[in-house]
Design a protein around this ligand. Structure first.
Ligand SMILES: Nc1ncnc2c1ncn2[C@@H]1O[C@H](COP(=O)(O)OP(=O)(O)OP(=O)(O)O)[C@@H](O)[C@H]1O
Ligand SMILES: [Mg+2]
Length: 262
């Protein structure tokens, strides 16, 4: 199956615990070149935990993660990571330019100076997210949306073939949201694989190739029309769902039957 597609990420039976308590149980799924996967699930479902496990920031209790058949915990593989807003330490005295240049470390090497090519990559990334004017601004003096865009620029400058974005739309206005979505189209053209955590089920349904539905484990993974069906959503979100339908005009797809995943 899928032998004609280029496998980028393989997550196999991954369990992650915090102090002995399981946050993500036995997760298995794969992602392919140029694919855009929405990672959805309620608060505490394990989205951030999954991303940190893939990047190698959290140890695995069991299972394996492979990126281009390498183990990110042991080998150097380039994975772009846009952390969830709450995870960013704003007291750290760095400017926008510093943060974006950090994306180039894998290209520069730790004790070398940035080359013209590195500086150009940073300039281009800042232009792509519309932050050129704020290049020397300390991170702690930015708005929430500008911080998100700074980390997206860092990921772009990194030129990584796999990009994990943890709720990049949280706290950004409609214009920035559309700009980020356009960037995602650009990344797809370049064959970059994107996993993006979001609470926006409508966006997941309309703008993504596949949806990974989490709730402490993988509930379903497949095309949006299969995964975001009422039965699976009811199982994961329970009573919240009615509220969401009213508040967000949530599109419920399909006829109530789940044909894939779970
Ligand atoms: N540093 C930590 N120490 C202990 N438990 C943690 C830690 N980080 C997360 N958890 C727990 O692990 C589970 C998964 O959390 P995670 O942050 O991955 O969820 P999430 O899906 O990203 O949620 P959200 O939508 O709120 O961002 C939760 O029960 C959470 O309380
Ligand atoms: Mg999270």
């Amino acid at each position: 199956m899928d032998s004609d597609r280029c496998l980028v990420l393989r997550v196999e039976s991954v369990t992650v615990t915090y102090n002995g308590r399981v946050a993500l149980r036995d997760a298995t799924f794969s992602a392919y070149a140029g694919e855009r996967v929405a990672v959805v699930g309620p608060n505490g479902a394990g989205k951030t935990t999954l991303f940190k496990a893939i990047v190698g920031l959290l140890p695995l209790e069991s299972g394996t993660v492979e990126v281009f058949r390498c183990n990110p915990q042991r080998e150097r593989v380039s994975i772009g990571y846009v952390p969830q807003r709450e995870e960013v330490d704003l007291s750290f005295p760095v400017t926008v330019a510093d943060v974006v240049m950090m994306g180039r470390i894998g290209h520069i090497g730790y004790l070398r100076r940035p080359s013209r090519r590195d500086r150009e990559a940073v300039r281009q990334a800042l232009e792509q997210v519309g932050l050129t004017d704020l290049v020397n601004r300390p991170l702690g003096e930015l708005s929430g949306g500008q911080i998100q865009r700074t980390f997206i620029a860092r990921a772009l400058a990194q030129e990584a073939p796999l990009l994990l974005m943890d709720e990049p739309f949280a706290g950004v206005d409609a214009t920035s949201e559309e700009a980020i979505l356009r960037l995602l189209d650009l990344l797809r053209e370049n064959g970059v694989t994107v996993l993006l955590a979001t609470h926006d089920l409508r966006m997941a349904a309309e703008r993504f190739d596949r949806v990974l539905l989490l709730n402490g484990e993988v509930v379903a993974c497949g095309p949006p029309g299969e995964v975001l069906c009422p039965a699976a959503l009811q199982r994961v979100y329970g009573g919240q769902l009615t509220l969401w339908e009213h508040e967000r005009g949530l599109l419920l797809l399909g006829d109530g039957h789940c044909s894939g995943g779970a």
